[in-house]
Design a protein around this ligand. Structure first.
Ligand code: ZN
Ligand code: ZN
Length: 143
């Protein structure tokens, strides 16, 4: 994504375009899932005057505009990512790696809506835990 697209995302949600917000989006685009601390440390290298409070405040603003999504993992602090395509998360219990997995959750949501009688279901935040391919190879070697 170019800077112009990131600016477009802010414009579309009628958010003020500030260097801090662009820097947050650039960090997340570069590194994927990141904690507030990760983002702050990345931005501090470029903008030494920035404060953790400012970064946090901006992350929350971007999250309520649905430009960012938060991801909770079993062991890490809350992470954030740019909300682009619907996807679920795979979390390896051994190496604690968090991976995106693109899947169409519409059928699942439809099923849950029908079974639960919910008026509407809009979001599916699904995290599956297990052992990744890399770690499974190491485990079978160890045996
Ligand atoms: Zn693993
Ligand atoms: Zn993700």
């Amino acid at each position: 994504m170019s800077k112009a697209i990131l600016i477009e995302m802010l414009k579309e949600k009628k958010l003020k375009i500030t260097p801090q917000r662009i820097a947050i989006l650039e960090e997340l685009e570069k590194n994927g899932h990141s904690t507030v601390d990760d983002i702050f440390n990345g931005i501090k290298l470029r903008v030494p005057s920035v404060s953790l409070a400012t970064v946090y405040k901006n992350i929350l603003a971007l999250q309520s505009a649905e430009i960012l999504k938060s991801v909770k993992t079993p062991t890490h602090k809350q992470k954030y990512e740019i909300n682009i395509k619907p996807h679920i998360h795979l979390f390896c219990k051994v190496c604690e790696n968090l991976q995106d997995f693109e899947i169409d959750t519409n059928e699942f949501k439809k099923y849950c809506k029908e079974k639960s009688g919910y008026y509407c279901i809009d979001e599916a935040s699904i995290l599956l835990t297990g052992i990744c391919k890399k770690c499974s190879k190491q485990q079978s070697k160890a045996i």
